[in-house]
Design a protein around this ligand. Structure first.
Ligand code: GDG
Length: 729
């Protein structure tokens, strides 16, 4: 069986040192609970921090901890010092990333020392992982503590299979851009092959940041970097459904239910369970309960709010303040409404054993899950699953990822006290059959998409992405194929080169002056042309005056405006064309230019082009779609075609393309060697008309009619230089 290395900040086992020795107990938290069952089924090793700092242990003890963790729990420890924990965990992870990603920008601290330690600890994780990883292992990294790790592992193990799952929200670009180290964080994640999120919104936000900050294009969740395909996808995390649905059958849970019922007065139970975290909206929830009692005096003595809040990140000031705030609020409500026989809020500041947790789920009439932001929220799913065929209403915040899947429940905006108070009244009076029916639909869904399925789908996607990468790599011009191409070139008497310009011979620039050919390139083209066996043609979308200015003195064939004009000896039009359509189309393009700051219009002899490379990328893409839509309607009867290039939309006479221009040269004589190279959609027309024996190369890692791919424009120049030299040999 293939091995899986799960990597997360914390191991599912926590080591504690007491006077009488070391203790090993399960770690609290969503990730450990969720992944625990999956990890046992696979041949897995879990890598992470065991919860004890290295300052508290000596070498011998650490050796012992490592050995026991491996032999009994299949875990491999990464030992961190107190200083690491303060700066990497409490610092960068929980004072910078956590508040930022949950939209609590006022809590964010930007501290260079935190960042430096975060980098160092991620590096340390990569050192440990690469030491134990075997060639075929799959490495699955979890969460915001380790966002640089994918890249660090990729640097050490270039061919590794690496997945990353992000458990918390990924904020919109406007929030993410606030982070001073935003590019590094994104580059870090791009070391993975698959990057997973709980919801489409988070995935979309991430892609938008990648696009805006790193400039990568993506289609349908696939990012093409220079050397790899990376998949971004949505995998809403599930729970171990049976563990909860069957929980109440256990005698221990039954005992707990009976005990709780005995202790509780005859009343309705509202339950809430979270880590004590400011993202969970606990004070707001208490305020809701307060208002509810104020408005519904009849419920006094007839309802109890059980508030379970597990201690969390107590070393961070905001958490300590929050604890104080909650203590005070509970005191205020209980002081205001409580009687000798009735305490309105039962507040438990601790983590409960599983039987008590599920017993509480089982007896609760309402579960109030109202985070202000939450990546997913597993409590919501656990509550519904524990209910079986029993009644019980979940009130769920629309700010939790889980709201996307649990639409049958009562969804609320947690910022609206009015709305949540109303929801509480509705929940407490909802007919039982309706409650059961709503739960049944959700239970089915949670059962189907459980945590196993979640993990399996992630793994499948990883395998699939690796296959895609392999296919793509198989298309990259290999050294052997390169040799063959060179051999064919040498032995050929007549050779034809069909070369695109922007993005193929020079990097793709927005402004014409930046794309002017340098001396090196001009010399290379000159050398290529100097061999009497060669004929070289540049096929470009640029206008003929520019091409003439740049290349007019070289012995090259030239094609301008994607095939409108061709130059063998003199410039001529490929067929007689008119441009009277321009006056209809120009006003539309002008409208889009005005509505899209940074975009501009280029007018060529027989085409009009709208460029948006300098515009805001998001707006540019939206406007591009709108413009194409509008143009398609308008040009239906005008014998025009619309070309979508790289950040350009071009309108021109139909039937004119690079393929048609290329044919003019292809048909001229019997070539023994043809090499065509291009990078964008307009070059596909050229690839389409090539004879079977021709070599064709697409620049960049995306699919194409070309036979081969080269990673970058720099590789094209290397190949051409090699040919020039090879031809002399
Ligand atoms: C992060 C994201 C995302 C809680 N109290 C007790 C207890 N728990 C268990 C629950 C549940 C888990 O802890 C909490 O998970 P959540 O998903 O609700 O929240 P986070 O800890 O913030 O988790 C979150 C999650 O990662 C997974 O991706 O959903 O959005 O923030 O399983 O049952 N368990 C026991 N006693 C308690 O007192 N036994």
């Amino acid at each position: 069986m293939q091995r899986l290395l799960i990597v997360s900040n914390r191991l599912p086992v926590t080591v504690e040192k007491r006077k009488d020795g070391l203790y090993f107990r399960p770690s609290p938290g969503g990730l450990a609970t969720g992944l625990g069952s999956f990890y046992k089924v696979y041949d897995s090793i879990w890598v992470g921090w065991p919860g004890i700092t290295s300052d508290k242990t000596d070498r011998e003890e650490r050796k012992g901890i490592g050995a026991k963790l491996m032999s009994q729990f299949n875990c491999h420890p990464v030992f961190l010092s107190q200083n690491d924990i303060e700066r990497y965990y409490y610092g960068f992870s929980n004072k910078t990333l956590w508040p930022l990603f949950h939209y609590f920008t006022q809590y964010v601290i930007h501290d260079k020392n935190f960042w430096e330690t975060y980098k160092r600890v991620n590096e340390l994780f990569s050192e440990v992982v690469s030491k134990i990883a075997k060639e075929d292992d799959t490495i699955w990294i979890h969460d915001y503590h380790l966002m640089l790790l994918p890249q660090y592992i990729r640097q050490r193990l270039p061919d590794a299979t690496v997945g990353f799952f992000h458990h918390i929200p990924f904020p919109s670009f406007e929030i993410f851009r606030l982070l001073p180290w935003r590019e590094e964080i994104l580059e870090g994640l791009l070391g993975a092959d698959v990057i997973g999120f709980h919801t489409d919104d988070y995935a979309r936000h991430f892609l938008s940041s990648i696009h805006r900050l790193l400039g990568y294009e993506y289609t349908l969740g696939q990012i093409n970097t220079d050397d790899r395909i990376i998949r971004v996808d949505t995998f809403p995390m599930g729970i171990a459904y049976e563990r909860f649905s069957k929980a109440i059958q256990a005698p221990q849970v039954q005992k707990e239910i009976t005990r709780l019922r005995r202790k509780l007065p005859e009343c309705k139970v509202i339950l809430s369970i979270d880590r004590l975290d400011y993202t969970k909206g606990i004070p707001q929830r208490l305020e809701v309960f307060n208002t509810f009692l104020e408005r519904n005096p009849a419920y006094k003595g007839k309802v109890i709010f059980i508030l379970v809040a597990g201690a969390s990140r107590t070393q961070v000031e905001h958490y300590r303040l929050l604890k104080k705030q909650i203590d005070e609020l509970v005191g205020r409500i209980n002081g205001k409404y409580g009687t000798i026989d009735w305490t309105p809020v039962w507040y438990l500041y601790r983590s409960l054993p599983f039987p008590t947790l599920t017993a509480l789920y089982s007896i609760a009439d309402v579960c109030l899950v109202t985070p202000l932001r939450d990546g997913m929220n597993l409590v919501a799913k656990e509550y519904i699953s524990t209910k079986g065929g029993e009644k019980g209403v979940l009130i769920l915040s629309e700010m939790a990822g889980a709201a996307k899947e649990l639409g049958e429940t009562i969804i609320v905006n947690p910022n609206s006290r009015e709305e949540v108070v109303e929801a509480l009244t509705k929940a407490l009076t909802m007919p039982e059959e309706e409650q059961i029916e709503r739960n049944r639909v959700m239970q089915k869904r949670i059962q189907r998409y459980n945590v196993m399925r979640w993990a399996e789908e992630f793994m499948d996607r990883l395998v699939h992405t690796k296959e895609l990468q392999k296919e793509m790599h198989a298309r990259i011009l290999s050294p052997e194929m390169n040799m063959r191409l060179l051999g064919d070139y040498r032995s050929a008497q007549r050779r034809l080169f069909l070369l695109d310009y922007d993005g193929t011979l020079v990097p793709f620039f927005g402004k014409p002056q930046e794309a002017r050919p340098g001396d090196d390139l001009l010399q290379l083209l000159e050398k290529l042309g100097a061999d009497p066996k060669n004929e070289t043609v540049l096929l470009s979308g640029r206008d003929k005056d520019t091409l003439e200015r740049w290349f007019g003195t070289l012995s090259l064939g030239l094609v301008s405006e994607h095939g409108v004009w061709v130059k063998e000896d003199e410039w001529e039009m490929i067929e007689p064309l008119t441009d009277d359509w321009k006056e209809h189309i120009r006003p539309i393009l002008e409208l889009y230019m005005d509505r899209t700051p940074g975009s501009f219009i280029e007018e060529k002899g027989f085409s009009l082009v709208w460029h948006y490379r300098k515009a805001d990328p998001g707006l540019g893409t939206t406007r591009e779609r709108e413009l194409i839509d509008e143009l398609l309607n308008l040009t239906a009867n005008l014998n025009l075609q619309i070309l979508e290039g790289s950040k350009v939309v071009e309108v021109k006479n139909s039937g004119i393309n690079k393929g048609r221009a290329a044919l003019r040269w292809i048909a001229k004589e019997k070539w023994n060697f043809i090499l065509a190279i291009g990078d964008d959609r307009t070059d596909e027309d050229m690839f389409d008309v090539l004879p079977e024996t021709a070599y064709s190369i697409k620049v960049g890692l995306s699919s194409s009619l070309a036979k081969f791919n080269l990673k970058s424009q720099a590789d094209v120049l290397l190949l051409l230089e090699e040919l020039v030299l090879g031809g002399l040999g």
